[in-house]
Design a protein around this ligand. Sequence first.
Ligand code: NAD
Length: 439
Amino acid sequence: MNITVIGTGYVGLVTGACFSEMGNIVYCVDVDENKIKSLKNGIIPIYEQHLKRIVNNNYNNRNLIFTTELKEGLQNSDICFIAVGTPMAEDGCADLSVVFQVAKNIGQIMTNDLIVVTKSTVPVGTGHKIRKIIQKELDKRNVNYNFEMVSNPEFLKEGTAVEDSMRPDRVIIGSEDEKTINTIKELYAPYVKNHDRFIVMDIRSAEMSKYASNAMLATRISFMNEVANICEKVGADINKVRLGVGSDNRIGYSFLYAGCGYGGSCFPKDVSALIKTGEIAGYSPKILNEVENVNNEQKMVLVNKIKEKFGEDLSNLSFGLWGLSFKPGTDDMREAPSIVIINELIESGATIKAYDPKAREPAEAIFVNNQNIEFCDNKYDALDDSDGLIIVTEWNEFRSPDFNEISNRLNNKLIFDGRNQFDKEVLNKIGFEYYQIGA
Ligand SMILES: NC(=O)c1ccc[n+]([C@@H]2O[C@H](COP(=O)([O-])OP(=O)(O)OC[C@H]3O[C@@H](n4cnc5c(N)ncnc54)[C@H](O)[C@@H]3O)[C@@H](O)[C@H]2O)c1
């Protein structure tokens, strides 16, 4: 099939690349000229495992075309995916301005029948608004192309985005048109070969399914963080409690890790947007508001432990910090808890030496001109002259570090671990003062 994907970010680029990998011709359209230029030169603007190989192979095979011209994509396509950003607006709602702009452009430019698929995460009712916008533009042009709207929310996870796209848990198709549903099924068939993973529903329910999924995952995290905070007060160990809870197969082990809060480009904005959707519709969400509140407080838990140890004033103290991205496997710094933690420590007088395997560049852009943070090329270099190690993101390379090297480099054998990577007893035995979350 011939496909246009509008928006070449974390979702659009991975989606486009994975569609092209199965032999489709895919036009990846973006307004960011530098991004398109880089991609044409084989430079992938984000880090995601396996992505570079797939993008470069398919670009060279001419299955994958990068362009800033929406017209070039649309006039050659039967299906068009909208994968632009829907960030949090100031009032907490999803900012749909780019989605609506793209809808208008589609209506102004399309020259043939088209299936328009929303992959961006959008509040309930957006698909119907997009349909109206496109139709209005077609009416203005006095042309009558057939177009069908589909909601096909994306469930890929940054860090495993290519694998998730190649083997999705489910493909939700929000549409009421039988022919359109079959076309989308045909497109996804190679990715769900071993058993049927299609779930077909109306557009509104499909839109809500995405928000409900992210809100459920965020709720599990905040719930476990809350239990972890109680554990600390009463002398229980959240690491053991997690095993006791997760072994119930009605609950399962996924997303039960206590830590220093969730971040990223999705959970914070999607929980907020769902709260707003409820409020606008006349329902005031209770659980979701507390999920947000617990998470905001959780980002401060490590900072509070550091202050309990050293006092409120952290002047003349320096900390090595491992992990900047909001989760391992990605360079994405959007809403990363590390930003809150670093700002708070610097505000209290400390200096930071930070290391991240992939997120150095975007992190440097965030802390540009800040003299109190230095970025290191190597995890151990971040420990030189530091008064303690802080772990914020659980990259694999932090899981079995050389503790001799750590103690040789640090001023104090002191670790504040926001991701509970190590066994407290083992670390205490080798002389480390070790603080974790909920134990
Ligand atoms: N990142 C994730 O893990 C993830 C997972 C599932 C769903 N989503 C949802 O997918 C959507 C996209 O997220 P993302 O993380 O890929 O965003 P992103 O910010 O990485 O990418 C958006 C891209 O759209 C481009 N763009 C902006 N205006 C445009 C226009 N008028 N025409 C063409 N391109 C334009 C931007 O230049 C950018 O490259 C969001 O709604 C998000 O909630 C994201």
